[in-house]
Write a protein that binds this ligand. Structure first.
Ligand SMILES: [Zn+2]
Length: 469
């Protein structure tokens, strides 16, 4: 079925127009006898005027039509939607022509709206059958090549290409012929600034939508990347859309919101950058503080080491000085000891000399005869006491015997004859001593070095008898 046909004399006629677009009455083509040779504008096959049960006027192909004619196979729903679109366009004050082909055959508009003011054209396509995104884009591009806007309209519930090309989904009225009650249920949105997003509009009559589109009150808008989650009316459900029909003021609102969002984002970025810089500065300060602290500790440790080295050096110097002093003192002591030893040696030598001098004088007091006499008395005494004659040893004049004459009975030391009083300290304290007389004994005992009991004298005269004679 179709709404247009070719009249053999008048050309294209339109069943949706009162005068068929050519000043003709429907009755002049409907059930006329003889039949008028109407043909299909698509395939050229013969068609005849008909009325649907709802009294919609249309053209039906004669029997034996080509199976490839698009107009022939289009569904009743498709035709009804085209009819509704044509009526909406006409209500908007534009002329509507159905099934209008391009001169070069590159397109055929279901309904072509033409402005009575400036001749601007816009194609309205009723698309009910499935079509790929590529195909519908290609067909849209063909219109664009001829500077014709297009809007695709579907009465299906789910329309996959709504974002691909300018399009809307509509809800048929009940009954479907009530054109004014067809509603747009998808493909139209408004921007809710407070909500910061797009909201789907589903309460606009198709006729109003067509009027607004033709009046350029609506535009097919590519939705901002951040606003493509569309809120459905009532409830929190959303769907994704990258493009939709909307009014200019909503496009402006989206732009304003985007600008506001960007300002906020920029402000947030600036705050974050500020915070980041502040944090960086804080870390820098902290690093610097730690570096200085480390430097300070290092310097302190260095100073401690330096002071310790100084202290050690001072200690070492002290020890060295003490060592030198000790060495000096040792040397001094050794020197003093040496001096003392030397002095002592000198004193001993002096004492020996004095003792020798005294002994010399001591022995000068007696003559050889007097000595012999004395030795004889000692020998006589030893005979009495030990039955052994005491004889002088070979060690006469020995210092050990105080410069006296040691006498022996055999090998046994009997005593010392006439030791020198100045040298008595050299004698053993228990040594027997023999002297000539009491005077000599008195000289011996006066020293206190020899016990008087150990001193024996023989009452010999100090002077030789011969001298006295
Ligand atoms: Zn045909």
């Amino acid at each position: 079925m179709s709404f247009t046909a070719l009249h053999p004399e008048l050309g294209r006629i339109d069943a949706t127009l009162i005068d068929l677009g050519q000043g003709l009455a429907w009755e002049s083509v409907y059930r006329t006898r003889p039949r008028i040779g109407l043909t299909c504008p698509e395939c050229g096959h013969g068609v005849h005027a008909k009325l649907s049960p709802r009294r919609t006027r249309y053209f039906a192909h004669d029997p034996g039509r080509s199976p490839h004619c698009q107009l022939a196979v289009e569904s009743a729903d498709h035709h009804l939607l085209k009819l509704v679109l044509a009526e909406a366009i006409r209500r908007a004050g534009w002329s509507a022509d159905l099934e209008v082909p391009a001169l070069d055959g590159s397109w055929r508009a279901d309904v072509m709206a033409t402005s009575v003011v400036d001749g601007r054209r816009m194609a309205w396509e009723a698309q009910l059958s499935p079509i790929t995104d590529d195909d519908i884009q290609m067909r849209t591009d063909r219109y664009a090549d001829d500077d014709i806007d297009v809007c695709w309209v579907s009465s299906r519930d789910r329309v996959p290409w709504l974002c691909t090309v300018p399009a809307v989904a509509v809800t048929p009225a009940d009954p479907p012929t009530a054109a004014e009650r067809w509603m747009v249920h998808d493909g139209l949105v408004k921007f809710d600034y407070d909500r910061g997003g797009w909201v789907q509009v589903d309460d606009v009559p198709l006729a109003s939508f067509v009027q607004w589109v033709l009046g350029r009150g609506l535009a097919f808008h590519s939705i901002g990347r951040r606003y493509r989650r569309i809120h459905l009316p009532g409830g929190n459900a959303t769907m994704r859309r990258s493009a939709s029909w909307t009014a200019q003021r909503y496009i402006d609102a989206e732009a304003k919101h985007e600008a506001m969002r960007r300002r906020q984002e920029a402000a947030k970025s600036a705050r974050e950058e500020h915070a980041r810089k502040a944090e960086e500065h804080r870390k820098q300060v902290e690093r610097e503080r730690q570096r200085q602290e480390q430097e300070r500790r290092h310097a302190e440790a260095e100073e401690r080491r330096r002071l310790l080295a100084i202290e050690r050096e001072r200690q070492r110097a002290t020890w060295e000085a003490q060592r030198r002093e000790q060495e000096r003192q040792q040397q001094e002591r050794a020197r003093q000891q040496e001096e003392q030893a030397r002095q002592e040696e000198l004193a001993r030598l002096e004492r020996d000399r004095q003792e020798q001098a005294a002994a010399h004088q001591w022995w000068n007091e007696v003559s050889a005869a007097q000595l012999t006499e004395l030795l004889n008395h000692v020998a006589a005494l030893s005979m009495t006491e030990h039955a052994s004659r005491a004889l002088p040893g070979t060690d006469e004049g020995n210092r050990e015997h105080a410069y006296g004459i040691a006498v022996y009975t055999g090998r046994r030391l009997y005593g010392v004859v006439r030791p020198c009083p100045q040298s008595l300290g050299r004698l053993h304290p228990s040594m027997r001593v023999f002297v000539r007389n009491a005077r000599e004994k008195a000289l011996i005992t006066a020293t206190g070095l020899i016990d008087a009991d150990l001193v024996t004298h023989f009452d010999l005269p100090d002077h030789e008898q011969t001298t006295l004679l």
